[in-house]
Each structure stands twice: as C-alpha cells, then as structure tokens.
Design a protein around this ligand. Structure first.
Ligand code: GUN
Length: 291
C-alpha cells in the first residue's frame, strides 16, 4: 500500500517553478505577479490566502493581497478586479471563494480577464478545458492529475469514480481525466447526492476521487480491494484528544480504507498542498513562462 505524499510532491513542483522563475527573470527582466482579493473574515479563506501569498514569496513571484470587508459592494469589487485586469505587473488574479451572499459569484468570476484567470474558473477557460484545448486548469483537479502522474498511476483505461459535482473539483476532474490524452483517457463516472445508492458506483472504482465535503462519507465497504483513493475533503471534526479540541480529516474513513486500498492520499498532506503548487504553475504560465 502506497501513501501518496502530496506534501513531498507539491514541494518538488514548487522547487521546479522556483527554478523556472529564476530563469524567466533573467530572460525577461520581470517576475510573475499574482493578485489576491480576500473578501470578509472567513477563517479558512484567510488561512488559504496567507499560504498562497507565502508560496508566491518563496517562489520568487510578486504578489499583492487586497483585504476588503464583507460589506463591499459588488460594483466596488468588480472595479477592483478591473484595475488588476489592466495592471501590467499582475499576470494572475485570484478572488478567494466563497463570497458574501449579496455578491454574484459568477459575475465576479466572469469579470476576471480569461488571460489572468489562474483559477481556471472563467467560462472561456472551462470551455477550452472541456474540448481539450490547453488552458488554465483549476488548481485542485490539476493537482490530482499531477499526483497520479508523479506517483506513476496511469488512469488510462481505468474506471475513475468521482463523488461530488462541484465546479471547483468534481466536474473539472471528471473532464480532465476523460480527455483522450496521456495521463487521462479514463472511463469516468460522476456520482453525487442525486444517486439512489452511491456505493453501487463507488464499488466499481479503480480510482475513487472523493470530493463530497463530509467526514467519513466514503467507507471501506463502499470500495473494492486494490482501489486508488484520492481524498479531496478537508473537514474539521471534534477530537477531545487533539490540542485545540479538533482535527482535520478528509471525506474518506482513512484508517479502515487504507487496509484495502493500493494507494491513498492522507488528509492533511495529500491533495491540499497540491492546490497551491498548481496555482504557482498557472501563474508562471500566465506571465508567459513554463516549467
Ligand atoms: N475556495 C476554495 N477553493 C478555491 C480555489 O481553488 N480558488 C478560489 N479562488 N477560491 C477557492
């Protein structure tokens, strides 16, 4: 059984981006720039943006973080995005989601120039991904593809079952893995809350991708022996034995599932760190560089 070490693999990628950025800077005389917009005080969002900003610094990128109150109007937020759209030092724009209810998330996503859409959420980029044209891939699914590749797990011809259909993870990972190309070419099923019996689908998985958002949603009984398990969940649960009374777990019942899996990603230290690494890859690309 292999524990897929996302921390190690993400660090390798970040080192590669750092080296590529040094070369890029010598050649072009500038560095990739990434702008973050953080709306409100959501603790998880604050923590993610902080980690992403730190990653930019370590990679040698220029970055700006704009923190604005949750009461900001939609119009003011759109104006802020537009200023970054025309700022030559900024190659990527990331508005951390979720946004307060009075702001139309889709409108915000579409306000970002597709050329600076390092999240890969703009419909123009989603469309390109869908038809197999190279573009910015959303960071979490892109990270999953890299995890599989760098663990030498080839999805080609395998049955990948994705549980979850969000725009950020479920739909894009299904789309990326179904493409007719290397390190994809899988037969893909998307299972979700609309299914009468989720385990009917999960039991058929050669590779199971859990993006449900619920602790212990995927148990050993729902899987077949030898399955590769990619756990995208980040859930905080009470744990009286933990230092601050809680700890992070994924969507998969890790302790039991690892008894039958051939490979599994832990939480934390699996998919999570990959998201940031792939954001660095996308930002380098946005500036015109490559690995
Ligand atoms: N919120 C949760 N994941 C993401 C992400 O990948 N990008 C942005 N912008 N917000 C998120």
């Amino acid at each position: 059984m292999t524990i897929i070490d996302g921390k190690k693999i993400s660090q390798e990628i970040r080192n590669e981006v750092k080296l590529a950025t040094e070369r890029f800077k010598q050649e072009k005389g500038f560095v990739p720039g990434l702008a973050f917009i953080l709306v409100g005080e959501n603790p998880a969002s604050q923590s993610y943006v902080k980690s992403k900003g730190k990653a930019c610094e370590e990679t040698g990128f220029h970055s700006i973080t704009e923190r604005v109150p949750a009461t900001i109007s939609e119009a003011d937020l759109l104006t802020m995005i537009d200023r970054f759209n025309t700022n030559e030092k900024i190659h990527g724009i990331l508005v951390q989601l979720p946004l307060p209810k009075h702001i139309d998330e889709q409108k915000v996503i579409e306000a970002i120039s597709p050329a600076k859409d390092v999240d890969g959420f703009h419909p123009a980029n989603v469309g390109k991904m869908m038809i197999g044209i190279d573009t910015y891939f959303p960071c979490t699914p892109y990270g999953i593809v890299e995890l599989l590749k760098r663990s030498n797990i080839d999805p080609s011809g395998k049955h990948v079952v994705v549980v979850g259909r969000s725009n950020i993870v479920g739909k894009p990972i299904a789309n990326m893995l179904v493409q007719k190309k290397q390190w994809a070419n899988a037969v893909v099923t998307i299972a979700h809350t609309g299914a009468k019996d989720i385990s009917y689908y999960t039991k058929q998985a050669d590779i199971l991708i859990a993006a449900v958002g619920k602790a212990n949603a995927i148990t050993k009984e729902m899987l077949k022996p030898g399955v590769v398990v990619i756990d995208v969940g980040i859930n905080r649960i009470d744990d009286p034995l933990a230092k601050n009374g809680s700890r992070l777990v994924g969507d998969v019942d890790y302790e039991h599932v690892k008894e039958i899996a051939s490979a599994i990603t832990p939480v934390p230290g699996g998919v999570g760190p990959m998201t940031i690494a792939m954001l660095m890859v996308n930002t380098l690309k946005a500036a015109g560089g490559k690995l």
